[in-house]
Design a binder for this molecule. Structure first.
Ligand SMILES: [Zn+2]
Length: 273
């Protein structure tokens, strides 16, 4: 009986812990954008450690080996060629954002809308530009342009240089899928990726990447406000010794590389039905 009461107590406590975290609306991040931009792709942090904090998220992997998306509790790795794979909890990440997704706002998409139009729609619907928001978009896309990056070797190049020299861009036509994204306010620049950042995975979970552009024809946008932010500080020597003044410049260069990315025209042959 005692054992039963004890296990019941443990069960109730864990339910209470999870529900209080849901109520908290907690956005959790491992490492900082400036650290990643400066080339801190080394890590000792396993993605399994993020499970307790969320079912929805994005990031990258050890050695910058592709893009990460966490969708409904499953982690996927999208390699440089755009192909996606389910990954185990023991895989490591040098940068990630996760949360338990809770929806406050839903916006149906009933006509063709570009990436820019969707971003404007989201920005116009945010109750405050100074809060953090988790974003989910599900739908059918006329075009989807994503990028991913290949694994790096030491000495690591800064993120801006990897993007300029090695990012692989892929544009596909007619594809259903899901986007996980976040909006972080400008005041969190340096720590977080400011403004809207999104990763995509196809409905068949076989491809995806960091979203650069799209046209969506039907679907919906869901947005949930986060009320707390938890930064998990990397326990690595590289992080502890990093010159964050220089890293801040690396962060700005990475944002510029992203903004300067030239988007390809549609290649019908690569279309996925
Ligand atoms: Zn990304």
């Amino acid at each position: 009986m005692k054992r039963f009461v004890a296990s019941l107590l443990v069960l109730l406590l864990s339910i209470a812990a999870l529900s209080s975290q849901e109520q908290k609306r907690l956005a959790v991040q491992y490492s900082t954008f400036d650290a990643l931009s400066a080339g801190l792709y080394d890590t000792n942090f396993e993605i399994g450690q993020l499970r307790q904090y969320g079912d929805s998220g994005l990031g990258t992997f050890e050695n910058l080996d592709g893009e990460m998306i966490l969708l409904d509790g499953s982690f996927f790795q999208i390699k440089a060629d755009g192909n996606a794979f389910a990954v185990s909890d023991s895989v490591k990440t040098p940068f990630a954002n996760v949360c338990i997704f809770k929806q406050d706002i839903e916006i149906p998409i009933k006509k063709d809308m570009t990436f820019t139009e969707i971003k404007n729609e989201i920005m116009n619907s945010l109750p405050s530009k100074n809060a953090i928001y988790a974003i989910r978009i599900e739908g059918r896309f006329k075009t989807m342009t994503t990028r991913s990056v290949p694994a790096q070797e030491t000495p690591f190049l800064p993120l801006a240089d990897v993007l300029k020299q090695q990012q692989k861009i892929r544009k596909v036509l007619r594809m259903r899928g899901d986007i996980v994204g976040f909006y972080f306010p400008p005041m969190m620049k340096g720590i977080c990726i400011e403004n809207i950042h999104m990763h995509f995975i196809a409905a068949d979970k076989k491809s995806g990447g960091h979203v650069l552009d799209f046209v969506i024809e039907v679907g919906n946008i869901r947005i949930g406000e986060m009320k707390e932010f938890l930064l998990l500080m990397p326990q690595t020597e590289t992080f502890r010794k990093l010159d964050f003044k220089a890293a801040s410049k690396a962060g700005e260069s990475a944002m510029k590389s992203e903004a300067d990315t030239k988007l390809p025209k549609a290649d019908e042959k690569k279309a996925v039905k």
